[in-house]
Design a protein. Structure first.
Length: 95
């Protein structure tokens, strides 16, 4: 199983950034994307919830205040670093 995960990581050609990943709708969006073998980068406000979700999914993430434009830019930059490129973004903030 570990080798399969390592192979998937090496084959990354991009993924989806999910803002509001720790909310009800955002969490379900993440689970659906993962079910479809999508690579995702998790973005949320509540660090504790985000840490728990990153552990559950094996994906990386970043806790930010989405009302601050610089923090949103940092989230996109971190997502590119992790995923290689961004194929899509989902905004579930406030869900």
């Amino acid at each position: 199983m570990q080798l399969d995960m390592e192979k998937k990581i090496e084959e990354r050609t991009g993924g989806v950034v999910v803002f509001g990943a720790t909310g009800g709708i955002g969490n379900e969006v993440c689970r659906r994307l993962l079910k479809d073998d999508q690579q995702i980068f998790l973005v949320g406000h509540a660090k504790g919830k985000l840490d728990s979700l990153t552990k559950q999914t094996g994906m990386k993430g970043l806790a930010i205040d989405a009302t601050q434009p610089e923090e949103v830019k940092e989230a996109f930059a971190a997502a590119v670093t992790d995923l290689g490129s961004i194929q899509g973004a989902v905004n579930c903030i406030g869900s």
